[in-house]
Design a protein around this ligand. Sequence first.
Ligand code: UP5
Ligand code: MG
Length: 209
Amino acid sequence: FSAEDVTVLFVLGGPGAGKGTQCERLVAEYGFTHLSAGDLLRAEQNRVGSQYGELIKDYIKNGEIVPMEVTVVLLENAMRDAMSAKPTSTSTSTSTENAKGKFLIDGFPRKFDQAVKFEEAVCPANFVLFYDCPEEEMERRLLDRGKTSGRSDDNAESIRKRFRTFIETSMPVVDYYEKQGRVARIRANVSPDEVYSATQAELAKRLGD
Ligand code: UP5
Ligand code: MG
């Protein structure tokens, strides 16, 4: 993908910081295509005949990062699908057309080499939305969601491992982008509405929308 054809925002933040929640709202208002790397991996895990099912299952349960070869291909395919999707003939609104080429990449890159590889091989990101949330709050949210989510990693033990991976492996990615002035850091331990207002302000500032 060439940088002129696409707008790509990386959406990062710890487990339970609210990435998915904010992305959903951005999709509704700005017509982004939302690609959650975690959701794509969970779908691949459940796909009949996937050669990676067992591997993905183990990595996710242990809060570890799936080898990027798997994740990057899933993201690239999803981007390609979205770019070639035909607008629905019934809609007078242009939401499908708007979505073309505007991507929220949620929960990726989680490791330094993934960041470099994706920007080299797929396309560069415009900037990073980083949702900054204290661990106690994220833990509370995830344990609460775990009562109903059915996610194999929404339990105390997996959550602990996810936090450790986030701090040791994923925060360096945010630091790397921050040094380049490419991070919009948003305080995420306030209500979803307040987080969203701050997000809108960053988009206005950085994309001029
Ligand atoms: N909630 C949200 N916002 C709130 C707010 N402001 N106030 C109060 N509550 C709020 O939100 C989590 C919960 O909090 C929800 O119940 C929500 O209602 C509430 P959500 O929006 O889902 O947060 P999100 O940041 O998306 O949390 P998620 O659990 O999805 O984050 P993770 O980063 O842990 O999960 P992800 O799906 O991205 O990855 C899972 C695993 O996949 C990883 O651990 C890893 O093993 C694997 N993975 C890779 O290997 N590679 C990748 O590239 C990506 C994933
Ligand atoms: Mg999520």
